[in-house]
Every structure is written in structure tokens, then in C-alpha cells.
Design a binder for this molecule. Sequence first.
Ligand code: PEP
Ligand code: MN
Length: 341
Amino acid sequence: MIIILRENPEQKQLENLVSWLKSMGLDIHYSKGVNKTIMGLIGDTASVDMDLIQALDIVEKVMRVTEPYKNANRKFHPQDTVVTVGSGENEVKIGGGNFQIIAGPCSVESEEQIIEVAKAVKEAGAGLMRGGAFKPRTSPYSFQGLRGEGLDLLSLAKKETGLPIVTEIMDLSQLDLFEDVDVIQVGARNMQNFELLKELGHLDKPILLKRGLSSTIEELLMSAEYIMSGRNQNVILCERGIRTFETMTRNTLDLSAIPVLKEKTHLPIIVDPSHATGINSLVKPMAMAATAAGADGLMIEVHNDPAHALCDGPQSLRPEQFADVVKAVEAIRPFAFGVQQ
Ligand code: PEP
Ligand code: MN
């Protein structure tokens, strides 16, 4: 971190700043120009509050030269992280060249629905299944999910198909119910629920962390850092579209987030073209684009009867449409950015 001081800084304030920085274990390198002094902070500045320093009268500007995230930072962990999900013959790996597709309905609705969809997506090539039991809906009058019963139905579908389960947690009080869940999803709306992230950091279970609706890439990485600074290093990031001024799509898929994240972090990055677009006809082109841009996987909503889905029907693919997307993605994958030929 670099601090540029204003001309002729008030001595007492400067001394206070210096002793405060030193009390945090930092060394200071001074560079004195004709009019201005620049202070270079040496040491771990992750916990230094930049805004507090910027607010001081004697300070003109503060800049970070290293990122505030450590565990998630590729600089300190150059090799790709490979997250292992499940065990035995149902074990799947994501990251480090391992590409996975997670597929299933937005919400678990009934035994017939989840079993039928789970079997169909497995047949088409999905490595994991999804299905929401606890649903974060904008309206309290919309279907809220089958909750505990939904998790039981997911377990049943896992028994039938062997596919590991990915499902969303909305509150810590639900954690005890998640024992049979293989990947705990933290949805976009909870990306900055820091207490939840901290608790998930104490588990070993993989966490799928979705980017917040209006969150920057750095904020996503700081949320991953919350989980990783516990002991849980099994974090998978998910780009799922962000809010922009565009109204033709539900969100705007930030495809450039994939190569940016690849550069900044060693964690696997998957893309959710369903929530990113909100329109089923756009899922295939965006799934292909995300794969070409180097994503480590995809999360796609699939429903056996989208017209009657209790949640997100318009963006859901029918099983045969999903199978077609899988084929297109598999054809692109060997030529994807960052994949060794
Ligand atoms: C979901 O994946 O079911 C979901 C609610 O997505 P998001 O949190 O990205 O809106
Ligand atoms: Mn959905």
C-alpha cells in the first residue's frame, strides 16, 4: 500500500499515523520529493482500512499495490485448485482441467420431477445435479421451496443416479439438514452474508459461491476469502450475471470475469447461463461462450416440464435441449482458452 502525503503535513498527525501503522507490524519506506512525501507500507496490509487513512487531513491519496485477498490469490498459490466432490465411484473433480456440468431444476418440486430430471441430466452428461430446496424468492408469495422435504428428495435422487447434490443454503439454522449435500451453494443474494460465510469456512464440504447481483470481482474474491480464512479451501466461484441497465436479459453475463478470475485466483470458476440470461434460447450460446472463455464448468437449469415449473420456467431447458447443449460444449472444450491442446 502506498500513501501520498499532502504538502507540509501536520507533524503530530503524521506521528500518530506512523505509530498506528507500526503498531500493526508494518514497516514504512519513505520517498521524499521536492513537495511531497510518499510512504510505502511493507508487510501484510490486508487488514489496513484504506478509507480510514484516506480520511486523514494529511493524506492526499492511498493506493493498494497488492490485493487484499491472500488465500484466494493466485500469487500465493500458483497451481489451480482442484475441488473434489463426493467419494468413491461418484467422485467428481472441478478445476485444474476438470470440467463439470451441474444441472437440474431451479427448485425441487416433487419426487417424480427430481428423479426424472436427475436421470435425464445424468444420461446427457451432467456430473452433478442441482435443485433448490430453500429458495430466495423476490416475493414472499412465490413458492419458497420444499425445504427439508426437498433435501430428502435430493438424497433420493442421489441414491437413484449417484449424482452428487448441489443445493443452496439461505441461513445457518439450516446447516444440520445439509449432511447429505455434497456442495453447499451460497446464492447471489447471500454472497456478502459474512456470518454465513465464516461458518461455512469451518466445514470441509465444497462451497459454490455465486457472485452477488451488483458485486465486483474483488468483492466476490473477498467473500471467498471469508470462507477460506476459516479452513475451508474448497471454494468454487460462479459467475451468474450482474445487474446492468440492460433489460432484454434477466442479468448481463460478465464473460470477461472468467479470464480475469483465472488470472487473479487459483479457484475453479463455473458459469450459470440460466440465471445470467433468464431466457432458455440464450442458454446454449452463453454456455458455449463461457466454455470457450475457459470456465471450469457450467450450472444449467433443466426441467421436465418448464411451462409448469414453480420457479424459473422461462430459463429452464427441457432434457433434450440440455443434451444438445452438452454436445455443443463438449465439442468446444478442447479448444477453450487456457486448455492445453
Ligand atoms: C439458484 O441458483 O437457484 C439461484 C437462486 O441463483 P442466484 O443466487 O444466482 O440468483
Ligand atoms: Mn433459478
